[in-house]
Write a protein that binds this ligand. Structure first.
Ligand code: BGC
Length: 257
């Protein structure tokens, strides 16, 4: 590994498992100081932070429910207080819930939209306000999904949230450019993480999915982390408002037999 993020302070929502953890692990190796937030499992998260600190890296964890505005603000403030001014915000926390459209409850809708869209929206707002006060630019990286473009039947709430993330990324790229803040999304396909545990444990569904992936494998958190390093580094400074797909070719896989 190199030191592509040397000296940068990075706040990652939901960084104690899955893709967020993969990003946190890679970022400390690249020289960044990392703050993660977690909803529950304090002891598990403390172990994760200890692991991140190995080799002398700076890492902290803040308990926060990203769907609550005050928690999101506290996450941003606490990160800056403990690690110094933030260079990069990674909106990684996300959830999904399978349900036939006609069976989606208000609670299901709120659960998914409040984390994936409302939470992301207001943490981004808290970050932008903080940067304005600090007279600093910054970078925002959203973890979207192939499902910001691709239908995902039985996951209407998830698709609605990720479609929202896509447009928010485009919209804010214009509004935040004068502040020196860029915003981009990474859209993973099927990555081996806890979010799709049910699928990973179902050999029939897994086989069907692999047939749809031209590169014929699931992705790993490290496949996503390497793109996040690029987007967080100075090498991507002319990129804003775009989505980079990390999906083994899943999105555009149309074939006629
Ligand atoms: C979802 C996974 C799904 C993958 C590919 C991701 O955004 O979280 O559940 O397997 O997309 O469809």
């Amino acid at each position: 590994m190199s030191n592509r993020l040397q000296g940068k302070v990075v706040a990652i929502t939901g960084g104690n498992q899955g893709i967020g953890l993969g990003i946190a692990q890679r970022f400390v190796q690249e020289g960044a100081a990392v703050s993660i937030c977690y909803l529950s499992d304090k002891p598990g998260t403390e172990k994760v932070v200890e692991g991140l600190r190995a080799n002398g890296a700076k890492a902290i964890a803040v308990q926060a429910d990203v769907s609550k505005l005050a928690d999101g603000q506290r996450f941003v403030e606490e990160t800056a207080r403990q690690l110094g001014e933030i260079d990069v915000l990674i909106n990684n926390a996300g959830v999904e819930k399978r349900a036939e459209f006609w069976e989606v409850t208000e609670a299901d809708y709120d659960f998914v939209l409040n984390v994936n869209l409302k939470g992301l929206f207001f943490i981004t707002q808290a970050f932008v306000k903080h940067q304005m006060k600090a007279k600093a630019g910054g970078k925002i990286i959203n973890l979207s999904s192939v499902h910001e473009e691709l239908p995902f039947p039985h996951f209407a709430t998830y698709c609605a949230s990720k479609g929202g993330v896509k447009m928010l990324t485009r919209d804010l790229s214009i509004e935040l450019a004068p502040l020196g803040i860029t915003i981009n999304s990474i859209a993973p396909g099927a990555i081996e993480t806890p979010i799709n545990k049910a699928l990973l444990n179902d050999p029939v569904k897994l086989k069907a999915l692999l047939e749809n992936i031209p590169l014929k494998r699931l992705g790993e958190p490290s496949d996503v982390a390497s793109v996040a390093v690029f987007l967080a580094s100075d090498e991507s400074s002319y990129i804003t408002g775009t989505t980079i797909f990390v999906d083994g070719g899943l999105l555009w896989n149309y074939q006629e037999q």
